[in-house]
Design a protein around this ligand. Structure first.
Ligand SMILES: [Cu+2]
Length: 112
């Protein structure tokens, strides 16, 4: 069975969410390293992000919550969460997400 992942280990960030703080500005470097499948999406739940296509500019190209990436395509995403909680991120290709390409942010209240 083929495994899929963020950062090389299936379900790492689903089982061990990335801890961030409420209101903290997050910069995410995203690269599609899947070689034999078609384009993949990345969806950030309950939020929007600024998208810096290719990471070549300091000015955001658009604001969205989902992007589609071809093989070797990379971008920079920036966002922050207003409210504490757990927020999922994943591709919307179920066959990839179900093989372990799932993650979540654990947003902790500021001041704790
Ligand atoms: Cu989604």
């Amino acid at each position: 069975m083929i495994r899929a992942s963020f950062n090389g280990r299936p379900n790492l960030y689903r089982d061990q969410p990335i801890a961030i703080t409420q209101g903290q500005r997050i910069r995410l470097y995203l690269l599609n390293m899947v070689e034999w499948d078609g384009p993949l999406t990345f969806h950030l739940h309950a939020n929007l992000f600024e998208l810096f296509r290719g990471g070549y500019s300091t000015r955001a190209d658009e604001i969205t919550d989902v992007i589609t990436m071809g093989m070797a395509e990379r971008h920079i995403l920036e966002f922050s969460y207003r409210d504490p909680g757990h927020y999922m991120f994943h591709p919307h290709q179920d066959q990839i997400a179900e093989r372990g390409c799932m993650g979540q942010f654990r947003v902790e209240a500021r001041g704790r």
